[in-house]
Design a protein around this ligand. Structure first.
Ligand code: SAM
Length: 171
């Protein structure tokens, strides 16, 4: 089981990026996203996508991040914070894969300093600054050895029939 914890979401500035964090998490097989902020619009738009495109992805808003991290650990899960200052993903991923429950934490502008000590792993996806969306996508891809690139979502109203040109949907 893999979930994502999104920190530092500012409702006006980060709406689009946070929505994309959620959609990326869903597309690459995570079960849900905890949002450390109250923003019902994000939940609504991701729920709408999940409704049409299938699966059971959940979004929980207004989550206290410390409690979320502590509860996850108390339940036997491991917590991975993605940060460009962390240890390279390539050296940490094999050990992380051994865990059944993984909570992936991504920040927005600046993350609270405490997070570095509360998580089990601080992992960098390259040591260059980029984005919570790209780091999450690469991390989830490597965590699943690329397998989650071809997930099927149950109970979908919309299913793409991949083709070389144009757009085709399955009936
Ligand atoms: N300057 C901020 C800081 O020092 O915490 C980070 C800002 S960055 C736009 C937002 C988020 O993207 C970070 O909190 C982190 O989760 C993720 N991120 C950006 N670059 C990363 C990298 N190279 N490796 C892992 N995560 C990264």
């Amino acid at each position: 089981k893999v979930c994502v914890l999104r920190l530092g979401h500012r409702p006006e500035r980060d709406r689009r990026v946070t929505t994309h964090v959620g959609l990326t998490a869903r597309a690459l097989g995570a079960e849900g996203m905890y949002l450390a902020s109250e923003d019902k619009n994000i939940k609504q738009s991701i729920d709408d996508v999940a409704e049409r495109w299938g699966g059971n992805f959940f979004v929980e808003t207004g989550v206290g991040w410390k409690k979320c991290v502590n509860d996850w650990k108390a339940d036997g899960g491991v917590v991975v914070h993605l940060t460009m200052y962390g240890v390279p993903m390539t050296s940490a991923i094999e050990e992380i894969k051994k865990h059944e429950k993984v909570l992936v934490v991504v920040g927005a502008e600046k993350v609270p300093a405490d997070i570095y000590n509360m998580t089990d792993y601080n992992v960098s996806v390259t040591t260059q600054p980029h984005s919570e969306i790209s780091s999450l996508a690469l991390f989830l891809d490597h965590l699943s050895d690329g397998k989650n690139l071809n997930l099927e979502f149950p109970d979908a109203d919309l299913k793409i029939d991949p083709c070389e040109r144009g757009k085709r949907f399955k009936d």
